[in-house]
Design a protein around this ligand. Structure first.
Ligand code: GSH
Length: 89
């Protein structure tokens, strides 16, 4: 991530290293020059619990989007996440 990266405080990506769909999504985040917090569910058990309880499944990647009303939207599917991020740019 470069210093010029666009800050996206309202989002976090749940992922883990060996997942190819996560790698594709992280690559897109890098290409779009976005700064999104990465939450590794294999390295941090609390992140896994958040994903399970918030999104109702532990599939990764999943983008947690904090909405204006304070509620979280849990977006699954790498293609849908990437298309959403492209539309936000
Ligand atoms: N079609 C999904 C596939 C995601 C997927 O298969 N993720 C795997 C890891 S590579 C996973 O989370 N498996 C465990 C689970 O579904 O709970 C995408 O493109 O994001």
């Amino acid at each position: 991530m470069t210093l010029s990266a666009v800050q996206t405080n309202d989002m976090a990506l749940y992922h883990y290293d060996s997942c190819p769909f996560c790698a594709k999504t992280r690559h897109a985040i890098h290409e779009l020059d976005l700064s999104i917090e990465l939450r590794n569910i294999q390295k941090n058990h609390q992140h896994r619990i958040e994903l399970q309880q918030g999104g109702n499944k532990t599939q990764v990647p999943c983008l947690r989007i904090e909405q204006a009303n304070g509620k979280a939207h849990w977006l699954y599917e790498s293609d849908d996440i990437i298309n959403f991020l492209r539309s936000r740019k």
